[in-house]
Design a protein around this ligand. Sequence first.
Ligand SMILES: [Mn+2]
Length: 376
Amino acid sequence: MKNNDRQESKVEFDVNNVGVPNGRYFGMPFDNKECPVVLISVPWDTTVSYSEGAAQGPDAIINASIQVDLYDEKIQDSDKLKIGTDETKIDLGDGEKLLADDYIKLMNIASREKAKKIIDKLSDGKKLTASLIKMQKEVNESSEGLNYLVEQICNSYYKLKKIPGVVGGEHSVAFGAIKAAAANLKRGEKLGILQFDAHADLRESYEGFEYSHASVMYNVVNKINNICSLTQVGIRDFCVEEHNIIKKYSNKKSLSEKFQISSFTDSLISEREFKGENWDTICKDIIKSLPKNVYISFDIDGLEPSLCPNTGTPVPGGLSFAKALYLLRKVAENRNIVGFDLNEVAPAKDGADEWDANVGARLLHKMALLSVVSQK
Ligand SMILES: [Mn+2]
């Protein structure tokens, strides 16, 4: 069976047993109408600069998710939570329809091919030819198309009062999801972003790609209304340009200021711990930097590389699974999680090893669960 072939037969679902593969997350057979949270696969890795594979993330996570135990010792009735899988169909115009994630796969193959030519040329230290500059423009247009599609799909779930969770794909897939989250708040309310990441992703553009994975938070901060803050956790690989942006928007005393970035870098966290502070105290500070409504953008490389060895740009250091989960639980207890994404999960090249997807699936289940229990 092809990974993402949705099975129409709704086999009996038993939470105490291993799931039956049906092309849906966690093997859940439910109608999306019954689900408070719906997961949207966005298999897109057009702008990856180091190692490809994030486009295979959603299918790999779906496969690995079958064996995730749905019981959570801290949350009542956690095993009863119904999680949906997006089934938006894209009309191809001639009466033919395609599932959105299959459509995105095709878009990605075309634009990745172009982007790769540009990246290869640049990494050879050469200048782009006129035809490559034209291609660069086309890649940017495809990225805009992707952003719009993700935004529209997320909007459709907000209309139904459901929480959308986007599964990437490279980190750029978060843009459309965050735009939709910010647009669907109650009047006058603002959104804070909690970003788990090894990288700041605050570059104005990267390799000439306006919607690069390395620029996603720059774009979020500069192109989306209603965002009041960005809180970064686990950052440990960033450039001067990004450092300057962080500095410019930090040191604000309160969230009533126009916009604030709080960067809990990996070294800052380690230093506080080495000097005797515990993770709970640091989590309290992280939560203090967040407004009532929080969108969580989780780049898997925010975790220790041993938990995501095949991700596009792994960096030493990072959060343990337990620390990330503890922080997520604290956010859910104290704030309202309005949307989330998990990105940059990439399976092993030979497909033999499920480890990255296994970690991703477990994290995804916790994020889906906690976003629902956070609703107050
Ligand atoms: Mn990132």
